[in-house]
Ligand binder design. Sequence first.
Ligand SMILES: Nc1nc2c(ncn2[C@@H]2O[C@H](COP(=O)(O)OP(=O)(O)OP(=O)(O)O)[C@@H](O)[C@H]2O)c(=O)[nH]1
Ligand SMILES: [Mg+2]
Length: 368
Amino acid sequence: MKCKGCGVEIQTFNDDVPGYIPADVLERRQKEGKEILCQRCFHLKHYGKFKKEKKGVKSLDSLKKYLHLAKNVIYVIDIFDFDGTYREEIVELLKEHNVYYVINKVDLVPKEVAPPEIKKWARDRLKVQSTRVKLLSAKVGRGVSGFVKFLKSKKDRRFLVVGVTNVGKSSVLNALTGEGQLTASKYPGTTLELVQLKNEDTGLTLIDTPGIFTNDRVTDLLDPWCQAKIMPQKKLTVTTINAKKDRTVFFSSFVSITVKGYKGRRSPIFHILTSENVVVHETNPEKAEERWSEWFGRFLVPPCGNSGFDNYKFENHQLRLEAGQEIHICGLGWVNVARGPAEFTLKLPESVKWVVRDALIGPYKFKK
Ligand SMILES: Nc1nc2c(ncn2[C@@H]2O[C@H](COP(=O)(O)OP(=O)(O)OP(=O)(O)O)[C@@H](O)[C@H]2O)c(=O)[nH]1
Ligand SMILES: [Mg+2]
């Protein structure tokens, strides 16, 4: 018997091993005809308490094992971390499949960006036909009924749902089925094994899978509790920087940009977009250098606590960006150039992936 929330095999012997449920509880729930949830899922659903499981840490190889289960794949991408969650190595594995891309969490995008703009931007990045790209918010239900209709219109209605951790795969399935069966949480590695949802009325079979773990996002430098703490819950915050004098802007403890002051009328303007729980702080470069280790993980969150400033190897990159470009820092957010050209130094841990991309948000969207 499998747990209905996370797919793990149910057992009553060892509360240190995934799938545990006390024997008397199992017996009682079976008698009452109630759904069977493992203790870990029960604690997550009802108390928001998370237990980290090694079993939950899945690599790309685990995805390979599931690919034969369906010809159709729904690849869920998080709009907040597009370049961290849209991964070439996953796309490569899906070459023989019929792939639909769900761009989830669109509720986080500032209202200045209209949905058709997000869709066009995502389609250009994915380089696929428009019909293969669906914008969704599992949280507020945006795009859900249209997507259900779309899936129902297909001859083959069996879909495997894949993606990296925490993009909202289980939440999307809960939204599509209208049931809250699957355990979803802000901690990475919630789903432990496959869960198949079959609906006789719609004819849809939707298969949830455990998220793939990455190792190149800022979130990968953090423990699951800190990852949960900085996950955006509201629309992304926008911090605007007009670099009229020499400035360093910290974007968490891990990332900073340093820009030389420009005395003319065309000083560069940046927008920094991130979670409301990530600290963005602007100061002068001397003070930044002097105070960084002291602020690390204390004032500048994440990390959540001073988890060893000296453990990280940082790199500097000299960049020149034009208005309409931005740097996405995987797992953290992005720096948009609203007025350029902008020359600056980007400093961040060498393990963290970053990309320069065409801006999701056009240069003059926000008021200065
Ligand atoms: N803002 C916002 N948050 C969302 C949305 N969908 C999911 N989330 C949140 O994202 C977090 C992860 O959701 P899950 O559904 O557990 O993600 P998952 O991809 O199944 O994660 P794993 O099972 O760990 O791979 C939860 O805190 C959800 O509430 C959405 O549309 N908008
Ligand atoms: Mg899940």
